[in-house]
Design a protein around this ligand. Structure first.
Ligand SMILES: NC(=O)c1ccc[n+]([C@@H]2O[C@H](COP(=O)([O-])OP(=O)(O)OC[C@H]3O[C@@H](n4cnc5c(N)ncnc54)[C@H](OP(=O)(O)O)[C@@H]3O)[C@@H](O)[C@H]2O)c1
Length: 245
């Protein structure tokens, strides 16, 4: 094993949205790289299941059940990481929700607020909690999981699209703020991924989702970003299904 690969062994990654879908796949990938992965989402039982699955493969993970709408809880996460690990090398802001299927003028204000709190305010709070540690250690990688809906219009998903356009702007701007500290801030924008996102897959009816990007495909992109040589900063990756349905 070379020095570059073995360096990951002492590193700490935090992944939001780690109970299922893309976040779970990313957590597995980073744990397989021998990073200690802190798993964050609301469902404590499901977090434990993911932690045990990682441990059964020889990986190391810790759980931090937390509602990303809760500012104090996220501040608490920052303290937890500082106290227990004294470093943070990778932050993946993956948790997100979708409010899809109706025009903006029919959307409830509380649904707008929940969507923005999860998709846009939470990455801000997570960066606020963890970037100071990265600045102190003069290294780190923040990866925000956006969407192709943050690059294109999405009729009947305007608020979701706006949250992801906002996340892209946040990412590009914070990247410029943190470059001087040797910190990379990247955005990954997938198209349709085969998860239960937005309530899909809950109907029980069989659907062939094989044409979609798979969660591990996105996790592979995250691994590729993290593995780049320190002088190389890939700022944005768009991930499309090969076939267009
Ligand atoms: N699937 C797609 O087609 C697709 C395409 C492009 C982009 N994306 C983006 O990829 C990301 C992950 O999507 P996914 O498909 O993996 O979704 P998913 O399967 O629905 O998973 C969403 C994750 O976010 C967590 N979460 C939601 N609200 C939370 C909150 N308030 N506090 C803490 N955790 C919360 C959920 O955990 P708990 O419920 O346990 O809290 C869960 O782990 C999202 O940002 C999404 O916008 C998805």
């Amino acid at each position: 094993m070379d020095d570059f690969t073995s360096a990951f062994h002492s590193q700490v990654a935090v992944v939001t949205g780690a109970t299922r879908g893309i976040g779970e796949a990313i957590a597995h990938r980073l744990a397989a790289m021998k990073m200690t992965v802190v798993l964050l989402a609301r469902d404590r039982d499901r977090l434990e299941v993911v932690r045990e699955a990682i441990a059964s493969k020889g990986g190391s993970a810790d759980v931090f059940p937390c509602d990303l709408h809760n500012e104090e809880a996220i501040d608490g996460l920052g303290k937890h990481i500082r106290l227990n690990y004294a470093r943070c090398d990778v932050l993946v802001n993956c948790a997100g929700i979708g409010e899809l299927g109706k025009p903006l003028h029919e959307m409830e204000v509380e649904d707008w607020d929940a969507l923005m709190a999860t998709n846009l305010r939470a990455p801000f709070l997570m960066i606020r909690a963890l970037a100071p540690m990265m600045i102190q250690q003069e290294s780190g990688h923040i990866i925000n999981i956006s969407s192709l809906a943050g690059k294109n219009p999405l009729p009947n998903g305007a608020a979701y699209s706006a949250s992801k356009w906002g996340l892209n702007g946040l990412t590009y701007s914070v990247a410029e703020e943190l470059r001087k500290f040797n910190i990379r801030v990247s955005v990954v924008a997938p198209g349709s991924v085969n998860t239960g996102f937005g309530g899909r897959g809950d109907s029980g009816s069989f659907k062939d989702e094989a044409w979609k990007v798979q969660p591990d495909d996105v996790a592979g992109v995250v691994e590729m970003l993290v593995r780049q040589a320190p002088q190389c900063f890939i700022s944005e990756v768009l991930v499309r299904p090969t076939r267009k349905l």
